[in-house]
Write a protein that binds this ligand. Structure first.
Ligand code: FDM
Ligand code: MG
Length: 211
């Protein structure tokens, strides 16, 4: 890589209302403040052509069968792979708000698609250097009841998703961070882990997902 240090691919996962988006924004700000070249990536990216369809599906303005919407979410990531790879190789650390794991978890809890089936089309996408899972305790989840009106924003779905994320985090040995604390406390904990990772990956090769 001509001695140029690559950026790190950092993924933040978790249920709705766990503070993912706020934390991702703050991570990018703090990295930049430390002169680490960083950018935010959000999935689904609702601005692309597949993203437009996903947005309509989530807002319940259009119907797609479970298999089709699953593949749309995956395609939405494939559309961004080349750009993400280019940025990483240019030394930009990417903080990614949801990734393939959201794709696998939200789809596979629907029961008609196996985890194996859901994972297959994710193979070949860029493999994160670090996955941070934000978890909410039961008590804290009850305190944050104000879900929006999108298709998955209901208690039953969120509980299934939370359990599936916990199972996956054990299998994949992710860093699990409690999201119960204040925004700044959670941020400090995440930033610490991210900075360590950024300093480690410099000359390491990028890998691809291989479930
Ligand atoms: N979601 C998100 C999926 O079902 N599959 C995916 O691959 C991704 C990236 O989309 F309910 C779901 C998770 C959530 C919804 O996400 C919209 P945001 O982060 O709330 O916008
Ligand atoms: Mg949401």
């Amino acid at each position: 890589m001509n001695g140029l240090k690559r950026g790190a691919l950092i993924v933040v996962e978790g249920v709705d209302r766990s503070g993912k988006s706020t934390q991702c924004r703050k991570l990018v700000e703090s990295l930049k403040a430390r002169n680490v070249n960083a950018a935010l990536v959000t999935f689904p990216d609702r601005t692309t052509s597949t993203g437009g369809l996903i947005d309509k599906y989530l807002k319940q303005e259009t119907h797609l069968c479970d298999e089709a919407i699953h593949l749309m979410f995956t395609a939405n990531r494939w559309e961004k792979k080349a750009e993400m790879e280019r940025l990483l190789k240019q030394g930009v650390t990417l903080v990614v708000d949801r990734y393939s794991y959201s794709g696998i978890v939200y789809s596979s809890v629907k029961k008609n698609m196996s985890v194996k089936w859901c994972q297959e089309p994710e193979n070949g996408l860029l493999k994160p250097d670090l996955v941070l899972l934000l978890v909410l305790s039961e008590a804290e989840m009850v305190k944050r009841p104000n879900y929006g009106s999108e298709i998955y924003e209901n208690r039953e779905m969120q509980e299934k998703v939370a359990q599936a994320f916990r199972d996956l985090s054990e299998r994949e040995k992710w860093e699990v961070v409690s999201a119960d604390g204040g925004v700044e406390d959670v941020h400090k904990e995440l930033l610490d882990k991210v900075i360590k990772k950024v300093s480690q990956v410099g000359t390491q090769p990028l890998h691809t997902l291989n479930f």
